[in-house]
Design a protein around this ligand. Structure first.
Ligand SMILES: Cc1ncc(COP(=O)(O)O)c(C=O)c1O
Length: 428
């Protein structure tokens, strides 16, 4: 078989997979270790045809997939790898660009700068911010905290009790002290007793993982300015929604941030991984990260994007972002966001109208947090049973110790019928 024929077969496999998602369970219906038990313990000595890999994809791998592309995937933050993004990933692999410096891939470096700037404009962010792509929000936040510590020489990070665990992890990896602020009634970081006097950074979240709540960014920015702390905004999930004017209320104060992370792999239809990290202080970022060994010295006086983050090797991630932005257009993406928020509102209305159920947190963006009026045990059982059915997949969190369910809408294939089905499954 040739590359071309194997390639057609692989694209056929991908197309067939996307067409039959509805027939597959959302949550993998396997036990831990089931796939491991069926995989050879060592790599093959003799070459095998690629067709055998595709066969085993069906026989071994497919049953162990939790299908994130499924229209009834409502857990964590639901995401979509759109078709243009999938094809761009294939092409990026074919070109094997590694943009360790400009001359190593002028195309990757310059396309990245341009498309990240396109997104900056679409989201209404300030002119002049420098943006680049990291793999995940975890690494983007790590990079921001490294820059903050480098600039301030301080060692304390402040965030809300509902900030994502990536902030805890970054602080731990950096040996920084983490201070958590409690939240107010609307699950926003409380300003009561907030003290940033010795803080290197404060991390504000727009769209927290559990509840999609929005911290008071402007007030935090003002305090950070006054004390010389760095303000990093984590809008990994909700930031993409700023493509709509109607969600820009949640951007208030973000223009004062020192750095901001938004993940197009969460809610902008780009296959994982693609995390955008902007900074209004590019020279401080470069100071924190630039390190040019002799073998990377080049004649051109051009920035390398490796000077803005931890990794030297850089994938051609901008290609998939470029493909998605062009093939959907801003209008196409806006329509999807509006539909997701409409569906979340609809589901929340059903919950509110049912005397046996209640909303557990205010509806924000496309995330509904709710529970059956009853015990934690009952809610846990409902969730486990619904997820085991394979028809839907939701996740949970805790609010003030109480077990609550989360329905997150973020898959481009999700229809009103899918959301209705989720409500039926949960109630029965
Ligand atoms: C608000 C927020 N920040 C950061 C992250 C971490 O994102 P990543 O998986 O890209 O590291 C998440 C993940 O869901 C998140 O919800």
């Amino acid at each position: 078989m040739t590359f071309r024929e194997d390639g057609y077969a692989a694209v056929d496999w991908a197309a067939r997979y996307l067409e039959r998602l509805d027939e597959l369970p959302v949550l993998a219906q396997v036990e831990p270790g089931e796939l491991s038990g069926r995989l050879p313990r060592a790599a093959p000595e003799q070459a095998e045809p690629f067709a055998d890999v595709l066969r085993d994809l069906d026989e071994l791998v497919l049953p162990a997939l939790t299908n994130w592309q499924h229209p009834r995937f409502f857990a964590y933050f639901a995401i979509t790898a759109s078709e243009p993004g999938i094809l761009a990933e294939l092409l990026a692999a074919a070109m094997q660009q590694n943009a360790i410096l400009w001359r190593a891939s002028p195309a990757s470096t310059e396309l990245e700068l341009r498309v990240v700037d396109w997104v900056r404009q679409l989201l209404g962010l300030p002119e002049g911010w420098h943006g680049h792509i990291e793999d995940t929000a975890s690494v983007s936040t790590l990079a921001a905290l490294i820059a903050a510590r480098h600039l301030t020489g301080r060692n304390v990070v402040v965030c809300s009790e509902h900030a994502h665990s990536s902030v805890d992890k970054a602080a731990r990896m950096l040996g920084m002290e983490l201070r958590k602020q409690p939240v107010d009634d609307e699950l926003r970081m409380s300003l009561d007793g907030l003290d940033l006097a010795d803080a290197a950074a404060v991390v504000a979240t727009v769209g927290t993982t559990s509840f999609a709540s929005v911290d008071p960014v402007r007030a935090l920015a003002e305090q950070a300015r006054a004390t010389g702390a760095w303000l990093h905004v984590d809008a990994a999930y909700a930031g993409s929604s700023w493509i709509l004017e109607e969600t820009r209320w949640s951007q208030d104060g973000v223009e004062l941030a020192d750095s901001l992370v938004v993940n197009p792999h969460k809610w902008l239809l780009v296959p994982i991984d693609c995390s955008l990290l902007w900074t209004s202080r590019p020279s401080d970022f470069r100071d924190a990260f630039t390190l040019v060994p002799e073998y990377l010295r080049a004649a051109e006086e051009v920035d390398s994007l490796a000077d803005y983050g931890p990794a030297l090797g850089r994938r051609f991630r901008s290609l998939k972002l470029w493909a998605v932005l062009r093939c959907y257009g801003a209008e196409g993406l806006r329509a999807i966001h509006r539909e997701h928020m409409r569906l979340a509102r609809l589901f929340a209305d059903w919950v509110e109208a049912d005397p046996d159920w209640e909303l557990a947190a205010p509806l924000r963006f496309s995330l509904v947090v709710f529970r059956k009026k009853g015990s934690d045990d009952e809610n846990e059982k409902i969730l486990e049973c619904a997820n085991r059915s394979g028809e839907i997949f939701l996740s949970h969190t805790r609010l003030d110790g109480r077990y609550v369910l989360r329905l997150a809408i973020g898959n481009a294939r999700t229809t009103e019928e899918d959301v209705r089905r989720a409500w039926e499954v949960l109630r029965t």
